[in-house]
Ligand binder design. Sequence first.
Ligand code: XIL
Length: 441
Amino acid sequence: MLELKTTGGSQIEMQDILPMVDMRQVLFSIFILMLVIAALLLSGCHQDDDSSENSEPADDDDVADDDTSDDDTVADDDTIADDDTFPDDDDDDTADDDSCLQPGADCTLGETAADAGIFVGAAVPSDPEDPRLSLVSAHFNSLTAENAMKWGELSYHLGDYDYTTADALLAFAEDNGLRVRGHALVWGKYPGHGYPADLETLIGQSPDPYAFVQTAIADHVATVVGRYAGRIESWDVVNEPLSSVGTQFDPNPFYLAMGADYIAAAFMAAREADPDARLFLNEYFLVYDTPKTDALLDLLEDLLAQGVPIDGVGIQGHLFVSEPLPERLHRFLTAIEALGLDIELTELDVAKNVLWDDMLNGQTLFEAQADAYDLLAAACFDVASCTGLTVWGIDDSRTWLDELFPFNLFAPNNPLLFDRDLAPKPAYFAIRERIAEAFSR
Ligand code: XIL
């Protein structure tokens, strides 16, 4: 069986990858041969504005149930934790003379973000000695461990923890004044990576799966969030609770044992372990006004109405150059903000449209990416509660897309902000200028 190797050394099998591959990606791979032949005969394929996001009718598993929210929602006012790693505390939003927000300022992306009071980060590999980490400390003001803080990476066997890599990455961030987003406490994908390899077997052996999972989540979250309390500014507490497409909950081991209660259980344990950390629900979307986005908003209302301590929503953003769809993203972000929640774009990478170079409309890939990243940054920072964005990798020489089917068929995907020579790409400057523009108004 085809296997992917994670950076932490555990194996990811094809069958685990497939459920997260969205419908359109599957269609791409199914039709690739047909389209390659067609591409030889035809020219001028045109971009289809929307994706094939499924619009399955709701059923009993649907997120949007009859729970209604009331006025007692627990929207936490804490927008951004004011810890030592928080950038510039300037009350005044206007640019000082020497500010990186001034036109023509010669600042890094991270310095510009700091002057704007927001975070711009990169996901880093599980190697604290990787020389490319120096790019992160030089150019960003936030860091996410791409893999090293996931449950199954910290704890391949339930209850046995090895913090070596996570501790080293956190120390690196602290030494360099980088804010840290913790990713991800409870993620129901990839046994041995997203969660412990033996978890499902142990659940199966338990006479009371609900209680077993409830205890496992409570222990894990208390252990890890407690260990790093005060040092990790925000956590992705629950990652990808919804199915890749449609409106249903992802039928992962946590959901199968506890139903949607596992989400509240994780957030409550995290709040108890570190009352000051901002707690995020992180989710994946292709486009932003689909049944899935409605399902997320329903879920958030429901959690808030129950008093679940959730502070923000992470929106992943693994996209193609044609996809940012800024109006839709703006509407979605505004709807999340209206619930009193913070927002971060947590996993940006922008790959080329896999088959049609002419979708670049005469631009080079790097130019089209710059426009796409610019639209994403503009949509984010147009909404006051959007506190940051993170790119899912450092430079184009290593991206998860080049390892993941079907994107690996199209490698190199080159989706990041630095090229293979470790030079900043046009997208880097586009985000920097967008931040300066948005925060000097
Ligand atoms: C990916 C990593 O980038 C890969 O290195 C790893 O093999 C699998 O996980 N959504 C998420 C991230 O929330 O944790 C995933 O990261 C990408 C999709």
